[in-house]
Write a protein that binds this ligand. Structure first.
Ligand SMILES: *Cc1c(COP(=O)(O)O)cnc(C)c1O
Length: 405
């Protein structure tokens, strides 16, 4: 058996201490379960932070990656590959015929979206450069995307930040209207704030944002890195809102765990770009695209998406059941499909609940202070929901009623 403590000590001695990691070493997985190096089994309701959309060790995905690796892993974007042409065509077709660019991560996808907004806006006026984002948002860790992120804790220590970013409260259309002018290049929003605590848009908000963008000839960018890829039961979360963005970004689940990011722009924005205007060495390489092709083929399917909705509804009702049982501990249950959040009352230690869940063999996480977040694989089953709810029920009792740990 591998020595867990030795591995943790070796990593800690060598790795930049930026992650507050849980003290387990994961070894392998299958479906909705992972096992640590001691052979302990865990139900995974975090899915690598909304990444492992087809679960672990999904045979068609594993086989496609192995087959592509044996042919070509990488060739650079100086050449065409069939895998990239397939992935781009599929994604374009799912995004109203838009033009696709592949990078390697969510931050890079958003960085590209911001560049696209500026590039397009500068065809109108050199002063048109303002990017407006929401407070409580999360858009990534590069300098531009951490600046776009409307949370001060991500900015601290990295100043000076790139200019041209302004923030408004999410769901406050009047505040947005007051910020916008002819110099607004884009409004960038998550249709549902993920890291910010699974915050839903209020009814009609995104439609009104669309109208304001049209009025000021500003682009609407949706960051669907967490909410896209079928997570809400439609391929994009924006589909349920009846609002079409000019630019949309994807990453996380797009290749089922192989690093990839993408931004997709409408034709109007695409024509602002010419050879040399943007690029990436790795982006959209055949290995990542072969994985993305399997994921896109599997998820962009009505039956698959209907099942996500069905399990999501079941999951949310079960969480609501717990809320009814423990109103003194649970403040609110939010979300749709398989992006669900349970906000604990302010005096409760939600992080301690997540830690206790792990001890009990269930992986979830705690975000935005006191919100338990559930973003499992999209093949999570109702039986697995039942298993999770039973453990969560016990852990809430343990932590909340006994005054924490
Ligand atoms: C995870 C996430 C990102 C950043 O993605 P990385 O791959 O970590 O760079 C950006 N936006 C949203 C909404 C995310 O959830």
């Amino acid at each position: 058996m591998k020595n867990e403590n030795e591995i943790i000590a070796r990593d800690t001695a060598s790795y930049l201490p930026v992650f507050a990691r849980y003290p387990i070493v994961l070894d392998h997985g299958d479906g909705s379960y992972v096992w640590d190096v001691n052979g302990r089994k865990y139900l995974d309701a975090l899915g690598g932070i909304a990444v492992n959309v087809l679960g672990h060790n999904y045979a068609p995905l594993v086989n496609a990656i192995a087959a592509q690796a044996a042919r070509l892993i990488h060739v650079s974007n100086l050449y065409y590959t069939e895998a990239q042409a397939d992935a781009a065509a599929k994604l374009s077709q799912l995004t109203a015929g838009g033009k696709v660019f592949f990078g390697n991560s969510g931050a890079e996808a958003n960085e590209g979206a911001i560049k696209a907004a500026r590039k397009y806006a500068h065809t109108i006026s050199p002063d048109k450069s303002q990017i407006i984002t929401a407070l409580g948002s999360f858009h990534g860790r590069t300098l531009a995307t951490l600046t776009a992120t409307g949370q001060e804790k991500f900015h601290k220590g990295f100043e000076p930040l790139p200019g041209g970013f302004d923030y408004v409260p999410f769901n406050d259309i009047a505040a947005l209207e007051a910020q916008m002018s002819e110099n607004t290049a884009a409004v960038m929003l998550e249709p549902i704030q993920g890291e910010g605590g699974v915050r839903m848009p209020s009814d009609g908000y995104l439609k009104e944002v669309r109208e304001l963008c049209d009025k000021h000839d500003a682009l609407l960018i949706f960051d669907e890195i967490q909410t896209g890829m079928g997570r809400t039961g439609t391929f994009y979360a924006y589909e349920a809102q009846g609002v079409m963005p000019d630019v949309v970004t994807l990453a996380k689940g797009l290749a089922g765990g192989v690093p990839i990011g993408a931004f997709v722009v409408t034709e109007k924005v695409a024509v602002a770009f010419h050879a040399g205007d943007h690029g990436s060495t790795f982006g959209g390489n055949p290995l990542a695209c072969a994985a993305a092709n399997v994921v896109l083929d599997t998820i962009a399917d009505e039956t698959f998406l209907r099942e996500v909705q069905s399990v999501g509804t079941y999951f949310k009702e079960a969480l609501r059941g717990l809320q009814e049982k423990y109103p003194a501990h649970i403040r609110e249950v939010r979300g749709t499909g398989l992006i669900l959040g349970m906000e604990m009352q302010r005096n409760e230690d939600a992080a301690a609940i997540a830690r206790r869940m792990l001890e009990q063999g269930v992986i979830i996480n705690c975000t935005a202070g006191n919100v338990l977040r559930f973003i499992p694989s999209l093949i999570f089953s109702k039986t697995e929901v039942d298993e999770l709810i039973a453990v969560l029920d016990r852990c809430i009792l343990d932590i909340c009623d006994r005054g924490g740990l």
